[in-house]
Design a binder for this molecule. Sequence first.
Ligand SMILES: Cc1cc2nc3c(=O)[nH]c(=O)nc-3n(C[C@H](O)[C@H](O)[C@H](O)COP(=O)(O)OP(=O)(O)OC[C@H]3O[C@@H](n4cnc5c(N)ncnc54)[C@H](O)[C@@H]3O)c2cc1C
Length: 403
Amino acid sequence: MNNETYDVVIIGAGIIGLATALKLLEKKPNIKLGIIEKDPKVGQQQSGHNSGVIHSGIYYKPGSFKANFCVAGRKSMTDYCIENEIPVWTCGKLIVATDEASESRLDDLEERGKANNVDGLRIVGKDEIKEIEPHVSATKALYAPKTGIVDYTKVSYSYYQKILNMSGEVFLSTKVIGFQRDSDISIIKTNNGEIKSKNVINCAGLHSDIIAETMDVTTDVRIIPFRGEYYKLSKNSEHLVKGLIYPVPDPAFPFLGVHLTQTMKGWVEAGPNAVLAWKKEGYSKTDFSINDTLRTLSFKGFWKLSLRDWKTGLWEINRSLRKNVFLNSLRKLVPELKSEDLSGKGSGVRAQAVDNEGNLVDDFKIIELDKAIHVLNAPSPGATASLVIGEHIAGIAENNFSL
Ligand SMILES: Cc1cc2nc3c(=O)[nH]c(=O)nc-3n(C[C@H](O)[C@H](O)[C@H](O)COP(=O)(O)OP(=O)(O)OC[C@H]3O[C@@H](n4cnc5c(N)ncnc54)[C@H](O)[C@@H]3O)c2cc1C
């Protein structure tokens, strides 16, 4: 590794680390910036294993980071894709009420979306539902016409190319394994040697809590991995889904419920669910890591969460193991779906911060220190909002790091 001292080193080349680097280099083109990424390519973890939806900002508490970043993020992501010739499709999204309880929750959701200034959001009735999604059977739904889809792996790669063009350096296949502070300089230890930097930004996603601890930061959260599993629809059933079809989410959880989504990858997805994963990057049901499991089990917040929400946890495991239960959830949205329509499979693992009291941290969590910034919760709609989050973090860096 070279012996120079960087102004800023970012740990993690997911979509958030890359967007932060991009925005920082746009503000300060002359700084010496490096990104350290353990994988051989950028955007291979959460950023490459998500639903590809450009969310419009309906669900989030007005005034929260999520609400503000998502509404601005939808526009900036769509514009960025158009400017940079990345295929993007504003296909619209229907949130479908499937029973009486969800009908009244739909009104609350509309109110929230309107408070967040979500463009074009409106309640639609039976006839309009049939026009938008002919195979959905419901009497009431919330329609967000500006919700879109994109392949975030392509977006991440586009950010990466721009960073290289602006003289940012990206160290691939380089894992951060230790850290030392030597007066004003951080010495970042990796499997390929040491890198020195005046300032560090931790965007390590599923590993961001471990990186923070390595850097002697005490926090009240731990990242608990939740796998999201999905089926692909068989080719001859893809016509049942025109755009994005979602249920009304359970307000107690930050996950959106299994849904049906067109993708820019050439297939239609059904899912994802949300089951506890025993490995941070455990994409298959049988993946297990003793270290990651012990980390989860030794955290008191995990036990508080489990004691409180064990019924939901068991229900999710049941749905994960039994295809017909998964199918039943989907058939509430599109009754014509049959078991044989669910063919291929895929998954992603969410980095969900849980606090000491067992609460799933809902909003983005960014810790600002003198010479470091730690992104400790960047769940969905993190990809949608990446440019806006990047701009926000770059602004903090500009001030706190005196760049
Ligand atoms: C199943 C699923 C569906 C989702 N759907 C959507 C959606 O439709 N729309 C949306 O907007 N958002 C969605 N999200 C959320 C979105 O994907 C995330 O908010 C976003 O990808 C977070 O990006 P990140 O850069 O923080 O994390 P990541 O993409 O996980 O990047 C972190 C990076 O850090 C690297 N790293 C970790 N440890 C080290 C180390 N020690 N040394 C070096 N590098 C390290 C990792 O290899 C990784 O590349 C979804 C997420 C999941 C999992």
